[in-house]
Design a protein around this ligand. Structure first.
Ligand code: F0G
Length: 428
């Protein structure tokens, strides 16, 4: 029998790790993966993970499967990996100054194979799908989950259904789902409705659900934190700041940090700062009230990735915030766009939802919650090219032009015009 089990977060019911129920068969609560405590010390575990770092081939070349003992130990021979992960932890003075924390580091998850952190969850989710004999997989998505699912399903040779809200998905993400060959369903409704629909389909039609409701996805996403800790030589930062939509990452980060401390990988747990867009901030509303009740909103934000009004992982994420002495905040669309322009102009780039995390970090510094001397890791969740439309719109806007707009300049095909522009860009 495998030492890894699935356990209901609501009623505590325990089922094997290869059980295919998408939710608790007793109470329909969300399931969590529960690993037995590793039989080695924290130092031995760190040495094991460090020894694999930089592997050139095999599953350990993945920034997810390098940590397989604490991700999905039973999958050793069935792993489906691109590979993914191994994303850089970047220091950048311009972004750090704008945020107000000189020691800021950016964990750039946009540099994963399909351009977002979703690949870390999907390598584990699709591995598990194959392990339990699924023939078709499905997800609802604001775009990135769909892109990752489509790619990994193609690698695995599985049929894939991607269900997205009409008119609310950035063009790069929709292009990926189509290009990788997923059957892409455009629903006349928002993301929350799409999620209800695939949840129902998984129960009624038996299609294997790969939203972050699926606990194996979160096991993969834990490695964002594990890899960042490893890159910091297992010396935890003071804060980990992350944009929050459906709350899968917030939940996964809390689980990763709790386990890392319990198993001796780290001695101190960083605080989680979860950042929502003000127009889609039900979790921030609950946080302000001390989590006495769950909120639900009609979401409206330009950061389409986090345009979510009824986040699925609310309970698990609440626990993550409580257990890490975390905070939840919300930032306006204008603040998101400004943060994005700062990250983009630094030559790093990210999609709008990722910039929400950066705007949130700055806000928390201004409020005195994050101190300027704190060591902060902010997660950039998606690549700049996911949403090119928002970039061109921002830089072409004239009424009024945004502070950081970089307008394209139309010229006649003459050297004198190039000369003029060269002078202009050298003086600004
Ligand atoms: N950033 C990006 C780029 C995302 O795509 C998402 C979620 C988030 C942040 C929020 O993460 O849901 O774990 O709180 N995208 C999902 C999707 C909903 O369908 O691609 P979360």
């Amino acid at each position: 029998m495998s030492a890894t089990r699935q356990r209901c977060a609501g009623c505590g019911h325990d089922i094997p790790d290869t059980d295919t129920h998408p939710r608790c068969p007793r109470c329909q609560g969300l399931l969590e993966v529960h690993h037995a405590t590793p039989a080695v010390t924290g130092a031995q575990l760190r040495a094991l993970f460090d020894g694999r770092w930089g592997a050139r081939g095999g599953p350990h070349a993945s920034g997810v499967w390098r940590f397989c003992e604490v991700v999905l130990p039973g999958a050793a021979h069935e792993i489906l990996t691109y590979p993914e992960g191994n994303t850089p932890l970047l220091a950048n003075r311009a972004v750090a100054e704008w945020v107000g924390t000189p020691a800021l580091l950016l964990k750039h998850e946009g540099l994963n194979p399909t351009g977002s952190f979703k690949d870390r969850g999907m390598t584990v989710g699709v591995t598990q799908a194959r392990r339990v004999g699924a023939t078709a997989v499905a997800c609802a998505s604001t775009g990135n989950t769909g892109a990752a699912l489509a790619a990994y399903a193609a690698l695995a040779g599985l049929s894939a259904l991607v269900v997205v809200p009409k008119g609310q998905v950035a063009v790069g993400k929709l292009a990926q789902a189509l290009a990788y060959g997923a059957r892409t369903l455009v629903v006349r409704g928002n993301f929350d409705r799409c999620l209800e629909l695939v949840d129902e389909a998984s129960r009624e039609l038996g299609v294997y659900l790969l939203n972050s409701i699926n606990p194996f996805r979160l096991e993969g996403q834990k490695t964002i934190v594990l890899e960042a800790l490893q890159q910091l030589d297992w010396e935890p930062p003071d804060w980990i700041v992350v944009p929050a939509g459906n709350l899968g990452n917030t939940a996964a980060f809390g689980k990763a940090l709790g386990e890392a401390r319990e198993w001796g990988l780290i001695r101190r747990v960083p605080r989680i700062g979860a950042v929502q867009a003000a127009g889609a901030a039900p979790f921030a509303a609950s946080f302000r009230e001390g989590f006495v009740r769950r909120h639900q909103v009609e979401p409206h934000t330009i950061a389409t990735a986090i345009n979510i009004g009824n986040p699925a992982s609310y309970e698990r994420a609440t626990r993550a915030i409580r257990e890490t002495d975390g905070v939840v905040t919300a930032v306006s669309d204008d603040e998101i766009l400004e943060a994005k322009a700062v990250v983009d102009a630094a030559g790093i780039g990210c999609e709008p939802a990722s910039a929400a995390g950066i705007a949130g970090a700055r806000q928390l510094v201004r409020e005195g919650v994050i101190r300027p001397a704190d060591r902060v890791v902010a997660v950039l969740t998606g690549h700049l090219l996911k949403d090119p439309m928002i970039v061109t719109r921002y830089h072409a806007e004239t009424e009024p032009p945004p502070a950081r707009a970089n307008r394209p300049v139309e010229i006649e095909p003459r050297l004198s015009e190039i000369e003029r522009e060269l002078r202009a860009c050298q003086t600004t």
